[in-house]
Design a protein around this ligand. Sequence first.
Ligand code: NOJ
Length: 564
Amino acid sequence: MMRITETADLWYNNAVIYCIDVETYLDSTGSGTGDLHGITQRIDYLAEIGVTCLWLMPFYPSPRRDNGYDISDMYGVDSRYGDHGDFVELIRVAHDRGVRVIIDLVINHTSDQHPWFKAARRSTDNPYRDYYVWRADDPGDTSDQAMFPDEEDGIWTLDERTGQWYLHHFLHTQPDLNTANPQVRDEIAKLMGFWLQLGVDGFRVDAVPFAINQRTLVGMDEHEFEEPHDYLRELRGFLQRRASGQGSAIMLGEVNLPHEEQVAFFGGENSDQLTMQFDFFTNQRLFLALARNDAAPLAEALRSRPTGLRIESQYANFLRNHDELTVDLLDEDEQDEVLDAFGPEEDMRFAGRGLRRRLPGMFNGDPRKLKMAYSLLFTLPGTPVMFYGEEIGMGENLDVPGREAVRTPMQWSSGKNAGFSTAKPSQLSRAVTHGPFGPEHVNAAQARRDQSSMLHHITRLAKRYRESPELGWGDVTVIDTEVPQVLVHMTTWENRSMVLLHNLGSEPTIVPFALEDLEPGTPLVDLLSEESCELDEDRMTRMPMDGYGYRWLRVANEDDHRLL
Ligand code: NOJ
């Protein structure tokens, strides 16, 4: 029998995660740059929406060639954002409001300005040399492996001083760490221990497949070969030991790979590696489904979720994040479909493989379609993750270069600088969005007063999601229906079930479906509207749906004591 108390232990299985770029959230000092104290002032706002876990993007000292993912001191706090005191205050206030905090852990690389790399490049026998990955022979053309092909023409850069090449999957200013080196591993463990001691509830682990990459571990390195996943297992073991006093801490990994390859990153049936992984595959199939107004690609993705994982392993769902919307797991034709549908102009694209847009721009601001998409986010089996500003429907600013287009200042009000900062507009670290999604039309202050706003919609979804742990915990079944544009899925956790309907098409329709395992007459109670129904004697129902409509139906059950 299921116990509600379990939801407190494995809290991440039905968390609502919210990602913040400190740089652009709220400037509390008038400097033009967001800061930690600014976030602390918005914890109540976030708690009110129903956010239960913040993910803070890198706030460490950094030359910021990659929005802070190029770290020069992993123990530090960039002085523009505040200091360790501000960090601890933020954690304390968040915890008091029932909000956990995870932070980015970047173990694949450092900045080239990190003291380790500065030392490493001095000579081939420097004690830090082996913290990074070097080769003496010319690597040849590796341009097909560069993650930022517009900026780098390969993954090895020749370092003049010692005449050897160093590995960097991302920018050449982000040398890859040699995670096969036991000293590097000790450093990373010590680092995790430090932030856990300051109270964080876990980590969003950057670029995991690269960080434990065979290339680093095999052949290229003098250390004895080891199965790369042993290293992830080691990290998880360490996390578990260090965090045992403060409730379970998590590692939410960025693993942009197909489902079958993600299994190994969870640790398969042992569940002893990453606690959570973003579901990039389902994300990309979801956009293909939306481009086609056809639920099938999304249904296939849900059906292809690995089975046999333990309840400790959890998927994180998202619509958009701080990076480009990547479509790299789709076939080439499918990629074109998504890019053409949501980013018809060249300027909306990034590195040929994705879109530097936020959702409202992609959907031409259609509020019905947007609301349906967020309903999907909260009902796809797993844990929803939002990027700041999504809750109010912020758009991108294509005038800002590259991926920064989606990382513009949070729009708090229609006032100066969108209420983000009191600095002169020319001093802002990033320009505010303008146009139809600019602050005069889209801002949090206005949204709070408008019952039909995206903010109220998200708040309502988050509430119902939190009281329906079967959404986060359950097993999913896709229910057959003859209406191609509608996804009908059911999630079941022990004696609790919900049936979810989403119309990806703009026209109203009627959706007949059967729930074979339930009794005739079973009531299906709509959690978001008055329109409940029950199964007929053939265990069928016919559900009317608006264009872009969505329904959250709880299967009523006498043993379930929740309010309906
Ligand atoms: C993934 C992060 O999300 C992205 O923003 C960054 O550029 C790369 N990892 C490299 O750290």
